[in-house]
Design a protein around this ligand. Structure first.
Ligand SMILES: Nc1cc(-c2ccc3ccn(Cc4ccccn4)c3c2)[nH]n1
Length: 241
């Protein structure tokens, strides 16, 4: 997968080249290019923002600079999917990550200030799929952190990136539930013991116990997820938990 990121703070994306994702890039599983949006300015101040029409606080990112940058970065046989982080976007979920992981190209546009002139998104939508997405109900200072979240969530789903593919298959949310608790050695730590069933070797009982803990945790922390589960996702035992 090829990923391009446009930002006025390229250094903000440096962590994407560390650790697991850095290895995926080195192994050619992911092709990541981070572009400095100011490379498409033509004035001596390299300005990218201006005052908002209609008044209001802060500044808005100019359409001209974004237009030229996207024309160049998004050029090619197959138009990429353009992903624009925004507090006003549709929620980015694990399902979004799964869909994005099937794309051959993604371009992420990192806004700053109060956001990007809407005409940039409207113009791009004339020639490529455009998603305005939110990573949560809070307001960040710009799109860069949101892009790092999304790139990590997508890249880990690419074949070969995770050492153990089962991890991605058993993700929280993969069966619509939150993951339950995990344990490792020692058997007792600060007088807290590992649940007996996990040391029993009874794999059916272990699977049942893990599902029960996932159901309990989801019920208490994210009842909204239970409401969206398809009826057949819960068996009679599940409903009794
Ligand atoms: N889930 C999210 C995404 C964002 C996000 C994404 C991109 C930008 C570009 C600028 N800002 C700051 C901003 C935008 C609008 C109103 C006030 N502040 C952003 C914030 N915040 N929370």
């Amino acid at each position: 997968m090829r990923i391009d990121v446009l930002t006025i703070f390229p250094e903000y994306l440096a962590p994407l080249r560390a650790a697991l994702l850095g290895k995926a890039i080195e192994r050619g599983l992911l092709d990541l290019t981070v572009h400095d949006l100011r490379d498409w300015t033509h004035d001596v101040h390299r300005s990218v923002d201006d005052s908002p029409y209609g008044g209001g606080p802060g500044m808005v990112m100019k359409p001209q600079v974004w237009g030229e940058a996207l024309d160049e970065v998004c050029a090619g046989e197959v138009p990429p999917r353009l992903v624009v982080p925004s507090p006003a976007g549709r929620p980015f979920t694990q399902e979004t990550a799964r869909q994005y992981a099937t794309e051959s190209r993604l371009v992420f546009a990192c806004g700053r200030y109060e956001g990007i002139d809407q005409r940039v998104i409207d113009d791009a939508a004339r020639r490529m799929p455009v998603d305005e997405v939110s990573i949560g109900d809070y307001v960040l200072v710009g799109g860069e952190v949101a892009v790092m979240v999304m790139v990590e969530a997508v890249a880990r789903l690419l074949p070969g990136v995770l050492g153990n593919p089962a991890s991605a298959e058993q993700d929280s949310f993969s069966d619509g539930l939150l993951e339950g608790p995990s344990y490792t050695r020692p058997e007792v730590w600060r007088e807290l013991a590992v649940p007996e069933v996990l040391r029993s070797g009874n794999h059916a009982a272990i699977a049942r116990w893990r599902r029960d803990r996932a159901l309990e945790r989801t019920f208490h922390r994210r009842p909204d997820l239970l409401a969206t589960l398809p009826d057949q996702a819960l068996d009679r035992h599940d409903r009794a938990v």
